[in-house]
Design a protein around this ligand. Structure first.
Ligand code: NCD
Length: 314
């Protein structure tokens, strides 16, 4: 199973076969991460540049570690300390990095579509690490991988995504991966952040503003942070009101099946979308998501480089 893609820009354009190839390949890399020697030579001699034009902690560290574990050379480039601040265009930045023979450019950008734009000029592989409110494909893949690992399947599962759907790139990437692999997706949150129009994306998507209904019967509940940095006007009266109407706490856990998974891409806001006893409780897989992110990002870099899991001999 190989990928015939130069870039990973979104999950909307991936086929179910391509999604499954990532899941299978990530399983192999997860095993690599459990060994005493966690490194493989697959990307030796290649250069990976983390071009982060928007803040990030876990995603940047995860990509950096993924590249290092594949034996690539890694350079971290943050907007604050770069010529982007001196008026250089993103396209010129790309050409400069490619003149240094960069093989992979991992781009996080506040503008939706920035990675698609760069991919039109790129010789290197562009990987979208989150573009505005559009997509965050490796987050969608690692969430899907975590569900698959814990539930043994994706098809037929009921997955509820709860929170700020409108401004969330994580929601969009999760939606595409999950519906393509046969899950049913329920979107829930305040009506201002969960517009009915999401139902027109795919017949397996349902919108509800009734929290109890969204939680009962869910196999997975994926919680999202309020994206204050992207909201142009306040979508609800106060954080306190959001927490009291939609925050996941012990009382509301009674509506959730005991075998359901509680997920969150991070950073979590304790006391807002999630109470500490839920975040740290038995049903939470939040930290497993972080671990799996590394395996999934190794798989993505490896596949974009033309690798196939069967070659690894692991
Ligand atoms: C997400 C992001 O940046 O889109 N975080 C992440 O990558 N783990 C989610 C968020 O910021 O809420």
């Amino acid at each position: 199973m190989t990928w015939h893609r130069q870039h990973l820009l979104d999950l909307q354009s991936l086929t179910p076969e391509e999604l499954n190839t990532v899941l299978v390949t990530a399983q192999v890399f997860k095993k690599v991460g459990e060994r005493a020697i966690k490194k493989v030579p697959a990307l030796r001699g290649k250069t990976v540049i983390n071009l982060f034009v928007e803040p990030s902690t876990r995603t940047r560290i995860s990509f950096e570690l993924a590249a290092l574990r594949l034996s690539a050379d890694v350079i971290n480039f943050t907007a604050e300390a770069s010529s982007l601040k001196k008026g250089e265009t993103l396209k010129d930045t790309l050409h400069n990095l490619e003149s240094l023979n960069a093989d992979f450019i991992i781009l996080r950008h506040g503008a939706s579509g920035a990675p698609h734009f760069l991919s039109r000029f790129a010789r290197s592989h562009i990987v979208n690490a989150g573009d505005g409110a559009h997509e965050h494909p490796t987050q969608g893949l690692l969430d899907t991988f975590t569900i698959f690992e814990r539930k043994g399947r994706i098809e037929g599962l009921n997955v509820t995504i709860l929170g700020d759907i409108l401004y969330s790139r994580v929601a969009r990437s999760n939606i595409w991966a999950l519906v393509k692999l046969g899950a049913k997706v329920t979107l829930c949150g305040p009506s201002t952040l969960v517009p009915r129009v999401f139902e027109s994306l795919h017949p397996q998507i349902k919108v509800t503003w009734d929290l109890e209904q969204a939680l009962r019967g869910a196999d997975v509940v994926n919680l999202l942070r309020i994206q204050h940095e992207r909201q142009r006007a306040s979508a609800f009266p106060s954080i306190g009101e959001y927490a009291s109407l939609f925050g996941l706490n012990a009382a509301r856990m009674k509506w959730i099946r005991p075998d359901a998974l509680i997920m969150h891409p991070g950073p979590i806001n304790r006391g807002v979308e999630i109470e500490s006893d839920v975040a740290d409780g038995d049903q939470s897989v939040i930290l497993q998501q972080v671990t799996n992110g590394l395996a999934v990002r190794m798989a993505v870099l490896f596949l974009l480089n033309g690798g196939r899991a069967s070659e690894l001999g692991i």
